[in-house]
Design a binder for this molecule. Structure first.
Ligand code: UDP
Length: 247
């Protein structure tokens, strides 16, 4: 379904994060996300630039948000304004990072001792407290309640929606030769409803080539594997350009 893009003007910078800048607009209920090429890892201990990353993350997020909307998942996405700018609903972000995992990697390999690449039969959901000073610790539902981050009802919705998103994205990516290993989601509130926010990109997902298991995501930067830009462009070709030519 095509929606008319609301007439908006960009206003003051509200927030500058590691990979994005958020601007207010002439509409109090809308914001603009500007995607940068800056990359950080390990709680910003490692910094660098991935040329073209902002464009890839903006366009890939847009394509996937549209795919999810078609599947009935409410997202903050409204429109792409340029290569690096996305118009979004303004959300009150819930300070929880929700991670869904299909294959063991990263911190789950460390936590469990399972080898990276071990399949997970039933996808699992993990919650982390979005806090730079604390280094994003893993938390339980009880901690969410203690910290007042979300109501039990909201958390139930977040867990169900995270798994639903996985059921949409995993086959979508598989059709394009990509294994969706794991990914991070952020949700927020607007006018009493919950929406998926933030981005879905190689910064926030682990994506492996389905045939060769080559890493095509930010792990190339985190682990100094080289070919970082090429990996982002390959994901762009498969998920954005591929998506265009196929529809
Ligand atoms: N992730 C993210 N932001 C974070 C932490 C993790 O986008 O602050 C993503 C990461 O790219 C991966 C998934 O969440 O796709 C799971 O990450 P993990 O817990 O294994 O942490 P990592 O090993 O990446 O530090």
């Amino acid at each position: 379904m095509k929606r008319a893009v609301p007439e908006v003007e960009q206003r003051e910078k509200m927030y500058e994060g590691k990979a994005k800048i958020v601007y207010a607009t002439s509409r109090p209920d809308l914001i603009i996300q500007y995607f940068k090429d800056d990359a950080t890892a390990f709680n910003a201990l490692k910094r660098g630039t991935i040329v073209g990353k902002g464009v890839v993350n903006n366009r890939m997020s847009a394509a996937l948000f549209q795919r999810l909307e078609r599947a009935g998942v409410p997202t903050h996405y409204l429109a792409i304004l340029s290569d690096r700018e996305m118009l979004c609903r303004r959300l009150e972000i819930i300070r929880i990072e929700t991670i869904v995992r299909n294959i063991v990697a990263g911190s789950l390999a460390k936590r469990t001792g399972f080898e990276e690449g071990t399949p997970i039969r039933e996808p699992i959901v993990e919650l982390y407290y979005k806090s730079d000073p604390l280094g994003d610790p893993m938390i339980t539902d009880d901690h969410v309640r203690l910290l007042g981050l979300a109501t039990p009802r909201e958390l139930g919705w977040i867990r169900r929606t995270a798994l639903r998103i996985n059921r949409v994205l995993r086959p979508h990516m598989a059709r394009r030769g990509l294994l969706l290993v794991d990914f991070k989601l952020e949700f927020g509130r607007a006018r009493g409803r919950l929406y998926l926010g933030d981005e879905i990109s190689p910064d926030t997902c682990r994506l492996w080539d389905a045939r060769t298991r080559t890493k095509l995501d930010k792990d190339r930067f985190r682990q100094d594997l080289g070919g970082v830009e090429d990996a982002y462009q390959e994901v762009f070709r498969r998920l954005v350009e591929g998506a265009v030519t196929r529809t």
